[in-house]
Design a protein around this ligand. Structure first.
Ligand code: S0N
Length: 271
């Protein structure tokens, strides 16, 4: 076992760190790691930390125990208009977390150790990579339990498994084994459950040997192809960040402050 250290204490998640890897664990095993508005708010807070911290290179999302990654929204607090938290307000704040995972400029791995069902299934889909234990089970339940995710949960799923399979998954609400999910392209690798964390850490360490900026740009590019103007905005933001690192951009700012005309003549105009 490796020595994870706590980054920050929360009520419904654990948030740990080990050698460049931040691990977010939904910690409600009693409810198969179903999420409440508070769980989601805590995941969101941890993801902000992951984005800001220079120490975090790769993020892992998982569930506590060996029975579930996440079983979706907590049905006990499902009200009219969303999931109701301590403040009595119904929310669908997991949609914000989906976007956060997608736009985090670092790789996110879903470490699926049991059921990934409903909104929990969508959460694993949103991660860049999914490594699953051989006892993992995947599926959507919406049309059976009175919900649906017609956003990323439908369209991104279809991009991954194809339109026919996506319709099957949503219309029939069946459960699929880890091996089936791997064959459909939803899972990158299936391993025996006792090897799950080792495998995830291996993948994370391999990615940490790669150029972080190259990974960031590839993720933004893969997203941009699907995400329309929001995707282009992110890719363009990364391009601006890179531009700001150049002397050519500095010259523009310098010239403004020195109240002179900028001289861009010396900068390359590559073919
Ligand atoms: C996960 C399942 C298959 C596990 O079965 P198993 O191992 O037989 O255990 P159980 O005995 O069924 O469960 C153990 C205890 O855990 C409770 N529990 C399980 N899942 C939930 C849950 N989602 N909410 C609350 N409690 C849960 C059980 O009730 C049981 O408790 P006790 O011991 O007291 O009986 C099986 O449990 C299962 O099928 N669970 C339900 C899975 C499901 O249908 N999830 C979908 C929930 N809905 C969503 O996720 C909505 C989607 C969504 O989030 C969304 C989409 C788009 C836009 C917005 C949203 C949004 O809602 O935010």
């Amino acid at each position: 076992m490796r020595n994870w250290t706590t980054i920050k204490s929360y009520e419904e998640i654990c948030f740990d760190f080990f050698e460049g890897i931040a691990k977010i664990t939904i910690n409600r095993p009693r409810y198969r790691n179903a999420f409440t508005p508070k769980t989601v708010q805590e995941i969101s807070d941890a993801l902000v930390y992951c984005r800001e911290s220079q120490d975090v290179c790769v993020v892992v999302l998982t569930g506590a125990g060996d029975k579930a990654f996440c079983s979706g929204g907590d049905m006990n607090v499902k009200g009219r208009g969303g999931y109701v938290g301590g403040d009595g307000v119904p929310r669908l704040n997991v949609l914000d977390v989906q976007k956060q995972i997608r736009s985090l400029p670092k790789p996110v791995i879903a470490m699926v150790n049991g059921y990934a069902i409903g909104g929990g299934h969508v959460l694993h889909l949103m991660c860049d990579l999914t490594i699953a234990s051989d006892n993992a089970i995947f599926g959507q339940t919406g049309p059976k339990v009175g919900s649906f995710d017609a956003g990323f949960g439908a369209s991104y799923l279809a991009r991954i498994v194809g339109q026919k399979k996506a319709r099957e998954i949503w219309f029939l609400c069946r459960q699929y084994s880890a091996a089936e999910a791997e064959r459909m392209g939803m899972v990158n690798k299936v391993v025996p459950s006792e090897r799950l964390e080792d495998e995830v850490v291996d993948w994370a360490k391999t990615m940490m040997e790669r150029s972080p900026l190259a990974l960031r740009m590839i993720k933004a590019g893969l997203n941009a192809e699907l995400d329309g103007q929001a995707g282009i905005q992110e890719l363009a933001g990364d391009a601006t960040m890179l531009y700001y690192m150049l002397d050519e951009a500095q010259e523009g700012g310098r010239a403004f402050l020195e109240k002179r005309k900028p001289d861009f003549s010396k900068y390359p105009k590559l073919p």
